[in-house]
Ligand binder design. Structure first.
Ligand code: HEM
Length: 470
């Protein structure tokens, strides 16, 4: 045995069963509870095996997540759910492998389109959609329960569609959802199902397979129509949105433009990646504030002090200090993407002792590392926005690099972060300015709905208008 070998430790793993491996570890109402239990049993690292699908290592401490964020040793892994999501979004930014030519091309063309000026220009359209939701809530009256997650999802979907491609789903004016939205929701569920079974097993689900194919075709046809309509537009339309950036943008490095197919992949990507995450965060934020009324009070006082009853502006949003801390704390405790997956560029030792093979997926579980007492103290599970005020947040990140990663890592981090941030600040400010909120059911305990992201399930609030809508 060499000195190096003597330091090695094997990664703990539950014993599995023939044919199904560790599938039976998932027995709770949501998989986050199962991961929590597995971490409590096996510690900061463990491996699960799924015959026909392969194995995955899960890490849940800040120390190990920090190690994975080293882009010289690890990269984003596109396997399991992400491979399945490629059926709908192909080599769009989220599901592309970093080495694919189209990732670099779209990344370089789209980064400026998500820059500060471009996002500021989207403010009025964001305000427009957020106001549609607020007007609906005003009409609900104070005694009717508001389905918070559902309405936030309508709002974020309408917002990303309007701001990125000038398209109105008008979800607040229809009972029936738009066919695109229907197909998107259905296909996300089936993509999740597919990622939990081996490829060969799909043959036993012919109806689901045909339905998935139909849903994906519909989403891509609607996206294609939008691209072609914009290209054919002779009206002197001067919109400078993401669709325009993709149609006219030229890669500064290669001089190439995006193909129509890649534009469609990215339109689908923006619609999917750009709404559930933001709506989940807003729902978790309201849930957490209402369970911790002193934080709710502080947030509303801040809005009153900065906005008064005047219209909200981008400049005023930049003055908020407590509400950004509420959002950061929400994203720490309840990341809508609770973990992301890496793989080692070469056979590697994690923490100098746990061997992982090149290419094996390693999931960084933020649902656990964001609660690491070594970073956030013994009250890590408490909702305390104060720890996320600018100065404290900067100090934390300096002392514990990569301790807060809800937007992902390095070059594959979220391109939509500034978009989501502005939309969330605006929505929080508008709602707190115009309503007093209460929990519908004070006995409600957080339940999680899972698809590609997580969000609160069956969470209802009540809203009393404070005065006429501002
Ligand atoms: C990537 C989180 C909002 C578009 C990511 C990743 C995370 C994330 C964790 C990395 C995924 C991975 O490594 O596999 C979030 C959260 C959001 C949010 C928490 C809201 C609170 C948005 C919005 C958009 C968007 C609004 C679109 C406008 C994307 C895209 C990528 C991405 C295109 C892939 C970037 C690349 O790899 O080049 N996001 N996201 N996201 N996000 Fe977001």
């Amino acid at each position: 045995m060499t000195v190096k070998d003597s330091k090695r430790a094997s990664i703990p793993e539950p014993s599995g069963l023939p044919f199904i491996g560790n599938v039976r570890e998932f027995k709770s109402e949501d998989s986050l509870q199962d991961f929590d239990r597995l971490h409590n049993t096996y510690g900061e690292i463990f491996r699960l095996r799924f015959p026909g699908l392969g194995s995955c290592v899960f890490v849940g401490s800040h120390k190990l997540v920090n190690e994975l964020c080293d882009e010289m040793r690890f990269k984003k892994s596109v396997q399991a759910e992400l491979t399945q999501a490629r059926l709908a979004a192909g080599d769009g930014l989220f599901t592309a492998r970093t080495e694919e030519v189209n990732w670099g091309l779209a990344h370089r063309i789209l980064v400026p389109a998500f820059g500060p000026m471009a996002i500021k220009e989207m403010f009025d359209e964001m305000y427009d959609v957020a106001t549609q939701m607020a007007l609906k809530w005003a009409r609900y009256g104070p005694s009717n329960p508001i389905p918070a997650s559902e309405d936030f999802t309508r709002m974020t979907l309408d917002t990303i569609a309007l701001c990125s491609m000038g398209y109105r789903f008008n979800s607040f004016y229809k009972e029936e959802v738009h066919p695109f939205v229907h197909s998107m929701t259905e296909s996300l569920v089936e993509i999740g199902n597919r990622s939990r079974r081996p490829e060969w097993a799909n043959i036993f689900f012919p109806l689901s397979e045909r339905k998935l194919d139909k849903d994906i075709k519909l989403m891509r046809r609607v996206s294609d129509e939008l691209v072609q309509a914009r290209k054919a537009d002779q009206s002197g339309n001067k919109r400078r949105d993401l669709l325009t950036a993709m149609i006219v943008g030229v890669d500064p490095k290669t001089g190439q433009k995006l193909s129509d197919e890649n534009i469609i992949n990215n339109l689908v990507t923006f619609l999917v990646a750009g709404h559930e995450t933001t709506s989940g965060t807003l729902s978790f934020a309201f849930y957490s504030m209402l369970k911790n009324p002193h934080t709710y009070k502080k947030a509303q006082e801040e809005v009153d002090a900065i906005m008064g009853r005047d219209a909200i502006t981008v400049d005023k949003l930049s003055k908020l200090k407590y509400i950004p801390a509420v959002l950061r704390e929400t994203l720490r405790q309840c990341s809508p993407i609770p973990g992301i997956t890496f793989e080692a560029l070469e056979d590697s030792l994690l923490d100098g002792k746990y061997p992982v093979k090149k290419g094996e997926p390693i999931a960084a579980m933020f649902s656990r590392s964001h609660l690491d007492p070594a970073v956030f103290g013994e009250n890590a599970r408490e909702f305390e926005p104060e720890r996320m005020l600018d100065e404290n947040f900067e100090r934390l990140q300096k002392e514990f690099p990569n301790c807060w990663k809800p937007f992902g890592n390095g070059m594959r981090a979220c391109i939509g972060r500034p978009f989501a941030w502005q939309e969330m600040l605006l929505t929080m400010a508008l709602l707190l300015q115009n309503f007093d909120f209460k929990e519908h059911d004070p006995a409600y305990k957080l339940k999680i709905a899972e698809s590609l992201t997580v969000k609160p399930k069956d969470f209802f609030m009540r809203a009393s208008p404070r005065h006429g809508m501002t």
